[in-house]
Design a protein around this ligand. Sequence first.
Ligand code: CAA
Ligand code: NAD
Length: 284
Amino acid sequence: MAIERVGVIGGGLMGSGIAEVCGRVGSDVVVHEINAETAEAALGRIHKSLARAVERQKLDEAGRDEILGRISVSTDLAEQTDRQLVIEAATENEDLKKQLFRDLDEILTDDNAILASNTSSIPITRLGAVTKRPESVVGLHFFNPVPVMALVELVTTVKTSDSVSAEARAYAESLGKTVIAAKDRAGFIVNMLLVPYMLAAVRMYEAGVASAEDIDTGMKLGANHPMGPLELTDFVGLDTTKFVADVLFDEFKEPFYASPPLLTRMVEAGLLGRKSGEGFYKYG
Ligand code: CAA
Ligand code: NAD
């Protein structure tokens, strides 16, 4: 089955990027958002990212308009009915994702439609288990910023069929991404390694070992990372980082996955990083 009609659930940091890369390869994309305001914000993010590509002469204006012509944003889940692949990229919350998977399973008319989640950490098996099509459920984990990052993790469960796994891989590869395969364990490959490192940096900062700037400069210049760990936590979102830490801790019970009190307090205070204007740093 050639995948031509794609749905993206949630048009936040990740969903808007996923919609863009799918639109770029010619897919017809419908993004689902919760209300008019978040729908407009999602479209705004896609416009901004494409404007950046035009500015950098990576795309001409006609190309931008063609891509935009293939992407629509809706607040009506029924507009997902005819999708062949739906990539869920809503807030990292298990109950929310389960409800979306139940609803999507009910309304998708194509029995072979694939339901994928971009979750950073939640086991895909749990999402498949609430549907009547667990063989068609996979994880397709993109990285932020989606148009730039070359990786997608393909997560299959004990129920995922080989043909669905192959189709999901082929579609992710058609987006120009390198696909790595992971078993269904919280955090998959990258976040199982990356998140404890980010949490360790928060603990180091909380303990007063060094300033945020010096911790970040240390890892940028001392280990050649493009961003330091606190800058990266701001970039990912402190809320998302905490959700992921909680899921990892719940799965493995290892102290290095536990959310440091400072991270928890910052999330409670609405300091979510770049997306809220302040995290470990302030943004204009
Ligand atoms: N959208 C689209 N394109 C973007 C972009 C965005 N949000 N941000 C940057 N770019 C593009 C720029 O257009 C530019 O492209 P060209 O070189 O083709 O012109 C390129 O990326 C570099 O951008 P800049 O020169 O403006 O900035 P930079 O060199 O500082 O790079 C960065 C920005 C790519 C984000 C870099 O800092 C980086 O790689 N940071 C680390 C990102 C990372 O680790 N992501 C993974 C997070 S963890 C995750 O995603 C998993 C999870 O589940 C939490
Ligand atoms: P975000 O907060 O930027 O966006 C989430 C979006 O989901 C919001 O726009 C919100 O309005 C929308 N949403 C919430 N409930 C919804 C519903 N019922 N229907 C439709 N839309 C709904 O979060 P994000 O960073 O884009 O993360 C989204 C998913 O991607 C999460 O599962 C996260 O773990 C994962 N992820 C995040 C990153 C990252 O670096 N931020 C990287 C990889 C994967």
